[in-house]
Ligand binder design. Sequence first.
Ligand code: SF4
Length: 348
Amino acid sequence: MIPVSESSVQLTENKTLENSDATSWQSLLKQSHIDAKALLSQLDLPESLLAGMEVGHSLFSLRVPQPYLDRIEKGNPSDPLLRQILPIAEEANLQPGYVTDPLEEKSSNPIPGLIHKYKSRVLLMGSGACAINCRYCFRRHFPYEDNGLSSERMDQIVGYLNQHPEINEVILSGGDPLATPDKRLQLLANKLASVPHLKRLRIHSRLPVVIPQRITDDLVDILASSRLKVIWVLHINHAQEIDTNLIDAVAKLTQKQMIVLNQSVILRGVNNSVKALSDLSERLFDADILPYYLHAFDPIQGASHFDVTDDDVIKLWQSLQKELPGFLLPRLVREIPNRPSKTLLGLQ
Ligand code: SF4
């Protein structure tokens, strides 16, 4: 992902990202570039981790906002949240089969900023910026700089949508589509609502998880007033990521009748156990979030140390099935390039 200052916030001015209140989401987002030494010191971790961090950071920068750091256990180098954000030397190991575009998204990119893989829905790159750099991100090598959404490009995309009546849903993704000012989101939502056959606006975001303050009353009002039905798909991988601030943020969305779902990725050393996945589903439900997808790991270059084999993932999911009621069991899926939908795994 690219730093916020370089993101393609071009539909309107960037001034609303300026908010001097240190606890505002804008300030927390700007401060999410933390120095490796400062992170080790804040989390009581040994300086011996520094050399590896520098190697990983040179490939994909260290970025983590304070509200997420607050949920990491101090002094624990194996903390499941820490593992998701800590750069390590292994990221430089090039392993056969691990590539820079595992989903071959470049082949489904008819207009820069738009990905059209599946029949009835398209994905819009709402922003190339993120509040957190997840080491396993399947878009860690994505060319966001070529996919910025200028006003002209957005008009081009609206033209494309108007010519494709089979598309009834737009997925706002990124980067993180919420790493952009509310006014710009409002403009995007209005342009999309002008396409008569669109029914749903889906927002794929990790920002409400890592900076719950991002769910402002203004944002909720903007989205709740759209004629499009709004669905959120958050990205939470571990129960420890769900704190009271996130629960309060989600309540603002559900109070306005927005549906809130979650997708996770199965990650070695983070959540590859029945207990971790079962605790996650239970805690999601407590927070009024429904488990939706559990993704098998996409073979992205630089993150092979997170991979879990399909056999192991399927065994885990089948054990999970015995633990949970059906509505708490996420669909186990893998994205295989050029298929017309995600591929379900684990079904007998
Ligand atoms: S997983 Fe999502 S939030 Fe994390 S780096 Fe990738 S796009 Fe950003």
